[in-house]
Ligand binder design. Structure first.
Ligand SMILES: Cc1ncc(COP(=O)(O)O)c(C=O)c1O
Length: 407
């Protein structure tokens, strides 16, 4: 059967592939420690579950408005105004099937074939395929480990051209766990402001998971609140990470600029694609948004302790170089000093992919290889510390032993 060129060249998500492989090995009875999945190990808070059950019993089982119910969009806009200082109204909010869907729709709405979109790499591995599916050209602005995984205004300016239609900023960052400070984000935003046709896409899905105890740069700050950029910023967010609601698939974009034209375009696109999210979830989502800050606070403190533990244990592996994570739940060590070595089972390690494959088979530890996070990320693996401290100790113990046994 014929397949389009579009899908012939499309790679599936490496993160989801590692997670699926770890699950399959566990189903075979193997004791896999998973550092692959990008999802909190906590359960969704009971009050949110209850709200969804009540909503079902109240009969919310029919189609709802495509961009979300007014109540939910109002709740999101209120949080965006009060918490994120973004001047917006409910009509600027589009509720989507997770923030991933919001990002996909934004690319479809902003990018024409040949347009350039700048991503700051290492970057979330779904940005590239989304940009390319819209016909866009990905420009990687490298933020190497020696710069603490951060770019700067000069490097961003150099990456932008008159064909740049958007720049994606993601702080805290997946896969590095690094946060930009308010000043750093503002300086980057001002470079984008110099290009009158460029949009800033600010992916803030990890905004509640910032660890000021670890780095003073770790703040939740929305560039969409900067007056010069307010009209040209699309902010992405959702409930997956902050509220442990990955499986609910609830995200959103807030696009107040241009009289809400981007939000309207997204709504038209979505009306031909998925329609709205499941209707009975919307009242529960509104409740979750109303209590997002205080609920995510409890999970945040657990992640701070884990981030410290991961940094400490990674720091003890001589062959790894690391930047301590100060946000999200990822560490992204450079493992390139293992390249050229051979594992106890005779596997030659010459890339992050071969490292990840070998350690899963030989030590039953699941990590995500860096290649899909950008050119600069090829020497890295991503470890997600969305698992408890015992698993972190056991998993990093296995990694340390195995890396020490390479010869
Ligand atoms: C940076 C980033 N943005 C967006 C998403 C999408 O989140 P979801 O679609 O689960 O809301 C993820 C999920 O891994 C992410 O890491």
């Amino acid at each position: 059967m014929k397949r389009s060129a579009r899908v012939r060249s499309l790679r599936g998500s490496a993160t989801l592939a590692v997670t699926a492989r770890a699950k399959a090995l566990r189903a075979e009875g193997r004791d896999v420690i998973g550092f692959g999945a990008g999802e909190p190990d906590f359960d969704t808070p009971d009050f949110v579950k209850q709200a969804a059950v009540d909503s079902l019993h109240a009969g919310h089982t029919k189609y709802a408005p495509t961009p979300g119910t007014t109540d939910l969009r109002e709740a999101i806009a209120k949080r965006m105004r009060e918490h994120n200082r973004i001047d917006c109204k409910a009509e600027h909010v589009v509720v989507t099937v997770g923030a991933k869907h919001a990002a996909y729709e934004v690319m479809q709405c902003l990018v024409d074939p040949g347009d350039e979109v700048v991503i700051i790499t290492p970057a979330w591995l779904s940005y590239r395929p989304m940009i390319e599916l819209a016909g866009g050209i990905v420009v990687e602005c490298a933020a190497p480990i020696k710069q603490g995984f951060k770019t700067n205004p000069d490097a961003l300016r150099a990456a932008m051209t008159d064909r740049t239609v958007a720049v994606i900023v993601n702080s805290p960052c997946n896969p590095t766990g690094v946060c930009y400070s308010r000043d750093e984000l503002t300086a980057l935003a001002m470079v984008i402001a110099e290009h009158p046709t460029a949009t800033l896409i600010s992916d803030e899905i990890y905004e509640d998971l910032v660890y000021a105890e670890i780095s003073t740069d770790a703040v939740a700050f929305s560039p969409g609140s900067i007056p010069e950029l307010a009209e040209r910023t699309v902010t992405l967010n959702g409930l997956s990470k902050s509220m442990a609601m990955t499986g609910w698939r609830i995200g959103w974009a807030v696009a107040p600029g241009d009289g809400g034209e981007v939000a309207k375009a997204m709504t038209r696109l979505q009306s031909q694609m998925t329609s709205g999210i499941a209707t009975f979830l919307m009242p529960a989502a509104a409740k979750a948004v109303e209590h997002q800050s205080e609920t995510s606070g409890a999970m945040r403190s657990v992640f701070v302790a884990r981030a410290r533990l991961v940094s400490e244990l990674l720091g003890e592996i001589d062959r790894f170089k690391t930047v301590p994570p100060s946000g999200a739940f990822y560490a992204f060590p450079d493992i390139s000093s293992c390249f050229g070595l051979v594992s106890p089972a005779g596997r030659r390690i010459d890339s992050a992919a071969t490292f990840a494959e070998a350690i899963l088979e030989e030590k039953e530890v699941a990590v995500v290889p860096g290649e899909d996070f950008g050119e600069i990320a090829r020497d890295h693996i991503r470890l997600s510390f969305a698992c408890n401290e015992d698993q972190i100790r056991a998993g990093l113990g296995r990694i340390s032993d195995w890396v020490g046994s390479l010869s």
